[in-house]
Design a protein around this ligand. Structure first.
Ligand code: AMP
Length: 504
């Protein structure tokens, strides 16, 4: 097996009439999914599309068909949020130079005046030209890109993480083996398709002939309803961000819902506190729990820990060990491996490592480097920017970040991207964005001589950054505090969040 298209072909051959994906308004079988992908691939080829295909659609069966359609045309797909601000989509398109932007009629008006052209998905789905698709996919090898996922960039420009087919194929094998997935698996998807946690759900189920349930996004706003949904749909597996897991635990939503069908509860994307995990473990003692770790740059997950002992509420959960075909190393500045209990940077090598950032050689060269422990071969590793240690128990522990990247409700955010957008607010000369962990929100400190409300600020910011990056609080200052070498004094601003001291 060398590409994900072969994975879909194999699933369609083995389980042609089995439901592959179900959404609120319908479902699709494996056989029909392959046929739709081939039709869309034919349509793209007929239009002469050869570059990556931006899929500007809500989470849906249509979006999945478009992903596989792009693969059938011999190219890669680029999932973007259906609510993406047009300025951000413009930056992505400028970096990517896409083959086309596949969308629906109701999203088409958003592209007006942006200089971007949308291609209707419905217009691509005609008769299948099997020969054309076979020719287009025959030349694709496992080191070619399967998708490009844009993550927040500190300079304000999103970074296009480019993942090879091999990364996904190995990952799908690992998911199925590790969690014992089979044709009876029913997975309730939470992650948006533009967030790489969704690859666990999409390719894990595709690999084993399971069913992928596209859980309505609005349901995650009502944690009390989630267990009912899992029960009604006989869900066997979930892979959710810790924020959602915590909301369910904090709301007491699991009480009265024994969920006998649920077997696997996995989570990834941010720290999972044991306090809330223990609520899950007490309520659903029959489930297996796993803490998965990984940045977008290594094909979703590179380390995992199957929770195999009791933890006190205040203890940290390990991120465990490297997955198959991956290597996790804690390295010190000088390139040596850290000793047990010594803090260093977590670096990852293996088949999941991205090809780099699309069309950004300098950024790629900085983050993807020669593995210093393998100096005699071209072994690349990704420097995660995460601090970690190996504990006395031989397991890896996540200890935080070395930079200003944060996680808020599972979303990866570079505070620099918010600051770049903030100086576009009329009257704002400089800005500093910080995470107020206690309040669970971003605070924007804006340097301005004029009056400005949070509402006014967010009205402008919405044009540049997604809703999950918007600040929840605004502090307007005539001048931001500066350090001796004239940088913004972030330490002082941060202290003002907790100590209730005036920032300046
Ligand atoms: P993303 O690229 O959105 O998947 O974000 C990756 C970052 O999320 C990592 O570099 C970590 O900082 C954080 N992260 C992912 N998984 C975990 C985990 N299990 N525990 C703590 N932090 C995590």
């Amino acid at each position: 097996m060398n590409t994900a298209i072969r994975l879909l072909e194999q699933a369609a051959a083995r389980w042609p009439d089995k439901i592959a994906v179900e959404e609120e308004t319908g479902s699709i079988t494996y056989g029909a999914l392959l046929r739709r992908a081939q039709a869309i691939g034919t349509g793209l080829l007929a239009q002469g599309v050869s570059g990556p295909v931006i899929v500007y659609l809500p989470k849906s069966i249509d979006a999945l068909a478009a992903f596989f359609g792009a693969l059938c045309a011999g190219t890669a797909y680029v999932p973007v949020d259906a609510h993406i601000p047009m300025a951000r989509l413009g930056k992505i398109a400028e970096n990517l130079r896409p083959g086309c932007i596949v969308t629906h009629e109701d999203l088409l008006p958003n592209l007006e005046g942006t200089g971007l052209t949308g291609t209707l998905l419905s217009g691509l789905e005609g008769a299948i030209d099997g020969d054309a698709v076979a020719r287009a996919t025959a030349g694709v090898i496992d080191t070619d890109p399967i998708y490009i996922m844009y993550t927040s960039g500190s300079t304000g420009t999103p970074k296009g993480v480019t993942i090879p087919h091999r990364g996904i194929l190995d990952y799908a094998d690992w998911v199925v083996d590790t969690f014992g997935f089979d044709e009876t698996t029913v997975m309730a998807n939470q992650a948006p398709f533009y967030f790489d946690n969704s690859t666990f759900d999409i390719y894990g189920t595709l690999r084993c002939g399971g069913k992928l349930l596209l859980t309505p996004e609005t349901l995650f706003l009502f944690p009390l309803k989630l267990p009912e949904y899992l029960e009604a749909n006989e869900v066997t597996s979930i892979f959710w961000v810790p924020t959602v897991m915590m909301n369910v635990a904090n709301a007491g939503a699991l009480e009265g819902h024994p969920l006998p069908k649920l077997k696997n509860v996995a989570f990834c994307g941010e720290v999972m506190p044991n306090k809330q995990l223990n609520i899950w473990r007490r309520a659903l003692p029959h489930c297996a729990y796993a803490n998965l770790y990984g940045p977008t740059e290594i094909t979703d997950v590179c380390c995992y820990y199957k929770v195999d002992r009791a933890f006190a509420d205040h203890e940290s959960l390990p991120i465990g060990r490297a997955c198959e075909n991956m290597r996790a190393m804690v390295l010190m500045e000088e390139g040596r491996e850290a000793a047990v209990e010594e803090t260093g940077e977590l670096c990852i090598a293996g088949s999941g490592v991205a090809l780099g950032y699309w069309n950004a050689p300098e950024l790629t060269a900085r983050a993807f480097v020669q593995d210093p422990l393998r100096p005699h071969t071209a072994s690349r590793m990704y420097r995660t920017g995460d601090l970690a240690k190996v504990g006395q128990d031989g397991l890896l522990y996540f200890l935080g970040r070395r930079d200003s990247q944060i996680k808020l409700k599972g979303n990866r955010i570079e505070l620099g991207e918010i600051e770049t957008a903030a100086v576009c607010i009329p009257g704002v000369a400089n800005a500093c964005a910080l995470l107020d962990e206690a309040a669970g929100q971003i605070v924007l400190f804006a340097e301005s001589g004029e009056k400005l409300t949070l509402r006014q600020a967010n009205k402008v910011l919405k044009q540049y950054i997604p809703a999950y990056m918007l600040p929840g609080r605004l502090v307007v200052m005539e001048r931001l505090p500066h350090t001796a070498n004239d940088k913004i004094d972030r330490v002082r601003l941060r202290a003002s969040l907790t100590e209730e001291v005036a920032p300046c």
